[in-house]
Design a binder for this molecule. Structure first.
Ligand SMILES: NC(=O)c1ccc[n+]([C@@H]2O[C@H](COP(=O)([O-])OP(=O)(O)OC[C@H]3O[C@@H](n4cnc5c(N)ncnc54)[C@H](O)[C@@H]3O)[C@@H](O)[C@H]2O)c1
Length: 396
């Protein structure tokens, strides 16, 4: 690559001058810390935006872990106490990538410090905490967003477009699953990195808040509000050693959860999630059946949208498997990437979400889902757990 050409520095300065810096402080350097950092680094290479994310600070409790993370991803500095990061004058936006029990306290502190807040899902441990978070960001008037990233998988975004255009007609059924198999071993401990998901004190709930929350956010987005739920949950392994205390402790999370619901549009919902479906790693699927057409999607094959339209000419009628990679036909997001036919993956959903957030910020709008929108999913999760506990239908 040629460097030092006469015009090059000038071009670089001009393009930088047009962009506003958005200085990011990320709290939590695990799975989502990586996914988001990757998105911040790549977004300006592929999207034309007026804001440029600047990786200003990374926070982990362990100094060497924070330094290693900052070095790998290019953060300018580190903190080992999230409160210090939130107080810093050189941070515009705080990205909360820690377990759910910390979301509320950090988000409220960010709002009080006037920071933009990006928060991982689920919004909170429960509805009450979520409401506190909404009130804090609304009082402070700070932009906010929750990372329900599956909305930004192009095939899922396209499903939304097709439904909004009325292609399916009246919706009868919404069906979704999120199946995994990684917690079947009874000697797997609870607590600590990633395993905090098995500890109710850190996670709030099990598969309901972790996996079904994604299915619910997508469902509310695609098919509108739910009215009531009837749920069952099960904890298959009742006791596990706790990584932090070293003692065998009761497991308080739901290992599996299934629920039925009525949507306000009259359709029926059926949802299942478990971490005990041997062979399935992250099988998030949904299928929607309407009067004229049906569609289905599968995270394991995320660039495809399956579509059946009863109005097709009879001899050719059948399920189409649409490879959502052809922006020439108007398929979402794909004009930002490669040539038609070349697919993208999981990490791109986060790039898209950052891009949409920065676009909304430039226009003074709320990027979706914001805290208030994500609170609806929290309300459904709380209702599911209440229904399972009471063995009754619960109104939402
Ligand atoms: N959008 C998605 O698809 C998706 C996927 C996975 C996780 N998540 C959500 O992201 C959040 C984080 O999950 P993860 O998978 O990244 O977990 P993880 O265990 O990989 O990482 C969490 C990190 O937070 C750190 N941490 C804990 N307490 C801290 C504190 N006080 N200060 C600083 N760091 C602290 C841990 O050391 C760990 O490195 C959760 O809310 C989870 O539900 C969302």
């Amino acid at each position: 690559m040629r460097t030092g050409g006469v015009n090059e520095p000038k071009i670089a300065q001009n393009s930088m001058a047009q962009k506003k810096s958005l200085r990011i402080g990320v709290i939590g350097c695990g799975f989502m810390g990586r996914a988001h950092s990757n998105a911040y680094r790549r977004v300006s290479n592929f999207f034309d935006l007026s804001h440029e994310p600047v990786l200003q600070a990374a926070c982990a409790r362990d100094k060497s872990a924070a330094l290693a993370f900052a070095d790998r991803w290019g953060y300018a500095s580190i903190e080992t106490d999230w409160r210090k990061l939130v107080e810093r004058g050189d941070i515009d936006a705080v990205d909360i990538c820690v377990p759910s029990n910390l979301h509320c306290e950090i988000a409220v502190a960010c709002a009080e410090a006037g920071k933009i807040v990006l928060c991982e899902k689920p919004l909170a441990m429960n509805f009450t905490e979520g409401e506190t978070m909404c009130a804090a960001v609304e009082k402070a008037g700070v932009p906010n967003m929750v990372w329900y990233n599956y909305r930004r998988v192009p095939a899922v975004t396209m499903a939304k477009q097709l439904i909004d255009e009325g292609k399916l007609g009246r919706i009868f059924h919404y069906r979704a699953n999120f199946l995994q198999d990684w917690t079947i071993a009874a000697d797997l401990p609870q607590g600590g990195t990633a395993l905090w998901r098995l500890d109710a004190a850190a996670a709030g709930s099990g598969v309901t808040g972790d996996l079904l929350a994604h299915c619910i956010d997508t469902a509310l987005w695609l098919n509108g509000p739910m009215q009531d739920v009837s749920a069952m949950t099960e904890t298959f392994v009742k006791e596990r050693k706790h990584n932090l205390t070293g003692k065998v402790e009761a497991v308080g999370i739901d290992d599996a959860c299934s629920f039925l619901c009525h949507f306000a549009n009259g359709s029926l919902g059926l949802f299942e999630s478990t971490r005990y479906a041997r062979g399935h790693k992250a099988l998030y699927t949904f299928e929607i059946n309407g009067e004229h057409a049906s569609l289905k999607w599968d995270l394991h094959d995320l660039h495809r949208l399956e579509y059946f339209d009863h109005r097709d000419e009879g001899r050719l009628r059948g399920w189409r498997s649409i490879h959502v990679s052809d922006h020439g036909g108007g398929q979402p997001y794909m004009d930002k990437w490669w040539v038609p036919g070349l697919q993208i993956g999981y990490e791109h959903s986060f790039v898209h979400q950052v891009a949409d957030f920065l676009e909304a910020l430039a226009q003074g709008q709320a990027a979706q889902p914001d805290f208030r929108t994500a609170l609806a999913t929290q309300r459904v999760c709380d209702s599911i757990l209440a229904s399972a506990q009471r063995r009754q239908w619960v109104m939402i």
